[in-house]
Design a protein around this ligand. Sequence first.
Ligand SMILES: *[C@@H]1O[C@H](CO)[C@@H](O)[C@H](O)[C@H]1NC(C)=O
Ligand SMILES: *[C@@H]1O[C@H](CO)[C@@H](O)[C@H](O)[C@H]1NC(C)=O
Length: 485
Amino acid sequence: MSSSSHSHSHSSSILLTRVVLLLVFLHFSLLFVTNVTGTHLHHNHPHHTHSSDKIINLPGQPKVGFQQFAGYVTVDQKKHKSLFYYFVEAEIDPSSKPLVLWLNGGPGCSSLGVGAFSENGPFRPKGNILVKNEHSWNREANMLYLETPVGVGFSYSIDPTGYDAVGDAVTARDNLVFLRRWFNKFPQYKHRDLFITGESYAGHYIPQLANLMVQFNKKEKVFNLKGVALGNPVLEFATDFNSRAEYFWSHGLVSDLTYKMFTKSCNYSRYVSEYYRGYVSPVCSKVMRQVGRETSKFVDKYDVTLDVCMSSVLSQSKIISPQEQNGESIDVCIEDETVNYLNRQDVRKALHARLVNVRQWAVCSNILDYQLLDVEIPTITVVGSLVKNGIPVLVYSGDQDSVIPLTGSRTLVHQLAVKLKLNTTTPYRVWFAGEQVGGWTESYGNILSFATVRGAAHEVPYSQPARSLVLFKSFLDSRPLPEML
Ligand SMILES: *[C@@H]1O[C@H](CO)[C@@H](O)[C@H](O)[C@H]1NC(C)=O
Ligand SMILES: *[C@@H]1O[C@H](CO)[C@@H](O)[C@H](O)[C@H]1NC(C)=O
């Protein structure tokens, strides 16, 4: 036993050295190829419709070999509704890589500020410059970040009634229109393999958008949709929210007594449901005050291992998960690099972005009037219909998140598999990222999968960039997660 584990660790350290050398080698040779390909594409490009959206250079960015684009697509001429996108081509050989649409949640939070600039995009702001993210998802795909619905980030409606009563249905329709018209700008991506990924409230946005695509394809095959991946998603409001009590309790954030109250007297789904209807019952108010007092505001609910809030990436969860606190809420994030960066005038200019009806770019919209009761629409059933239509779905969970805990998501996926009579194709097991366990996974019928990401927050690519990239690559290749070192 000890001798085998010794030789095992010995050979893996050799392997590691080789891998590192290989990567260094690949890195240099591929940089060269990228430059050549980039030049080639630039000169012989058959379509020029998107050329005005090309980003010459983002202020403070390091030199890179891939192209970036940003701009607007009008989704409603009457109300002058335009959605803003940021598109990053793959680092290497973009024409052979799939197209991936990324959506953040909220509802009403920005895929540009959260997804692209804090999670899985190529750069992260640091002071006045942009630092390269070595685990950017554009290593594996062409990444399209969409600020949706109107009122989010740089997306706008000139007619302010465009911000009223926006809900899941309008958002899905606008997103569909966006993508169809975006393909007119980038026709070379029209028939490319398409994946949709995102997190949190995108558990609502994505299944509903994918469902519209599947319906649309029945009339006219337009979307080459190959799969959907949902990170810490809201899929069924009661199951997701009520798994929170046990998560708090099992991680020592609340006492036995409070746990009992939080399940028996007033559970979290009841509280949120009352809160959104504008009336919180005395019993729920009492329970939530107790829960708030014990959990405290100095532990990050989106990653319970962290001391205080990490950054504005966390704002998106504040909306789906209101929590009663004692007195005013303190923002422990004093400085936010992304907010500062995206509010620079030179950055806005480089992104071809405009501020319409707002004075500042914000992580989450304060102009949008979203129909928050839509959170109660169960989208797990929509996921079921996607699977029945042959679309692979991966649900993954950062396992340190208490906002949408892994336990609720795992239960929902398992129940769906039973309902669809899908047999287990990968029994629950660990998966590896590099030399360590990246998390656990289980698959059903080779089409529906669940995975955890070990040590990850609500925003998985933010807190576990390397593990998230392994997960992302397996998902794109529709392969089970790595089984061994
Ligand atoms: C949550 O509370 C509601 C209302 O009291 C109840 O209908 C529901 O069954 C509860 N859910 C759980 C998981 O306890
Ligand atoms: C699932 O497993 C059962 C029992 O082993 C088997 O009878 C059935 O054919 C399997 N279904 C599929 C779709 O493979």
